[in-house]
Design a protein around this ligand. Structure first.
Ligand code: ZN
Length: 253
């Protein structure tokens, strides 16, 4: 009787220890989200909403979500503390920050980039980042910001597994890219702007083209999402699932 009780207690202890280890592995990742308050106000609005969204989620799911407006925090020493880096509405400011980020990603770190954080043009002069984005260089945009029909190309990726095949995304400024990242063999496009939206815009009109909206470069643990303009982005429960699944994917080994 006593020995059965002891065996039971030991089994319970082992079970508890194992589940603690599994829980710790799956959910105790650390995220550093960087943003700026001195950029376009619609991009600041998005960042503030994203911080609220992910702070709440972090408390529920048990991961760490740190935020900073200090891009100097992109340094080797500090990045050792994190598994995931998010750029909410900007990108590194100098060579040192760029090098630290490259190193972080090359050594297996994860990145989520929203909207303008993926922006680059002929003045950016950061070839590594253009390659990281699958060769995509900003080409055009619609204005004013508008909702848009999206096509979900891939429901097998952990970030998009809960999205329907089609949905209408809340108001955003949508970017077109040239070259098209879809033409890069390392890129997997997960979500695309539905051509049924064209012409999209009034002042700036997108009239044609294959426009990827969410993609990953399979050489890295990275996901770019073009959403991120204004204070309506988190209005869609459907789309919010992707934002949740994306950060959980990024945080999982
Ligand atoms: Zn924008």
């Amino acid at each position: 009787m006593k020995s059965n009780l002891l065996k039971g207690a030991i089994s319970l202890l082992i079970l508890l220890t194992l589940s603690t280890i599994i829980f710790a592995q799956s959910s105790k990742f650390k995220v550093l989200a960087l943003y700026s308050t001195t950029v376009e106000s619609d991009h600041v609005d998005f960042a503030n909403d994203a911080i609220k969204f992910y702070t709440k989620m972090a408390a529920e799911k048990g991961f760490v979500f740190d935020v900073t407006t200090d891009w100097e925090k992109l340094n080797d020493e500090n990045l050792k503390n994190y598994q995931v880096v998010i750029w909410l509405n900007e990108f590194p400011h100098n060579e040192a920050e760029r090098r630290a980020f490259e190193k972080f990603m090359t050594n297996g770190g994860a990145w989520l980039g929203f909207h303008v954080s993926g922006y680059n043009d002929k003045y950016t002069k950061w070839p590594w980042f253009v390659d990281f984005m699958g060769g995509a260089v900003f080409y055009n945009n619609n204005w004013p910001p508008l909702p848009a029909k999206l096509i979900v190309d891939d429901n097998t990726h952990p970030a998009t597994k809960n999205l329907p095949k089609n949905y209408v995304a809340p108001i955003n400024e949508w970017y077109g890219w040239k070259p098209n990242p879809r033409n890069n063999k390392d890129i997997k496009v997960l979500v695309t702007l539905d051509p049924a939206n064209y012409p999209l815009g009034k002042k700036n009109i997108i009239t044609e083209g294959d426009i990827p909206v969410v993609w990953t470069n399979t050489k890295y643990k990275m996901l770019y999402m073009n959403m991120g303009h204004g204070d309506k982005i988190f209005d869609s429960e459907t789309q919010n699932k992707m934002f949740e699944d994306a950060i959980l994917w990024a945080g999982t080994k």
